[in-house]
Ligand binder design. Sequence first.
Ligand code: NAD
Length: 243
Amino acid sequence: MSKTAIITGSGRGIGAAIAKRLAKDGFDIAINELSEEAGQQTAEECRALGVKAGVFAADVSDYAQCEEMIKKVKDEFKTIDVLVNNAGITRDGLLLRMSEETYDTVIRINQKSVFNMTKLAGAAMLRQKSGSIVNLASVAGLYGNPGQMNYSASKGAVIAMTKTAAKELGSRGIRVNAVAPGFIQTPMTDKLTEEQKSAILGQIAMKRYGQPEEIANVVAFLCSDDSSYVTGQIIEISGGLSM
Ligand code: NAD
């Protein structure tokens, strides 16, 4: 029987690369995006790789929308074998200028979404007694980053949530891991200024930015049986940004 992977925010960037990589590995793909339209291109690219793919629109920060979406995915694909919590946003600004609303929005989308989706997809995996969950953290969640009080708080929480879920679900055959990317070329980082980009480049041992496919390769490993004894781990993928 084929396996199903649901990837949040997979209409573009890292999420789209993960969806395509998992499709190449034979998973049927449930693409989540804010709108149906935003996920269509990834769905077509996955289908071209010979698997089933569907778009499931939902704002993953909203529990009720996640509940509805998981129900639809189960109706269409029967099982949920992999969950990748990828959807995320940045709203950068220095602490003293950051509004409460900006702080709360990033926490809700980057952090609460992981609670929503892990609880709901985790329940489906519990019944199957197997599953792999991979969370997109960030080097900002490991080390902090000026201008990203909200983002680094959300990603630090995702790291703690990864370890907690791994401890709660491990005995039931469900593994939970995270990747912590450094600077990856996507629409999220395209909006940084040239000055910000070259400052980051100076700190990277490999002296280049990462590509979404380089995150997808590690996520695919964590979703596969090749990592069958790996859980609760945070893998940094940053070209040696920190060591
Ligand atoms: P991106 O902005 O290119 O893509 C994010 C996608 O998530 C978008 O398609 C967006 O529509 C979707 N999304 C946003 N809010 C959503 C919501 N509430 N519900 C459903 N979908 C939603 O970003 P990216 O660079 O591909 O980043 C993907 C993940 O990787 C994020 O969690 C990000 O924090 C993390 N990350 C990225 C980098 C990087 O350098 N790009 C570094 C570290 C971590």
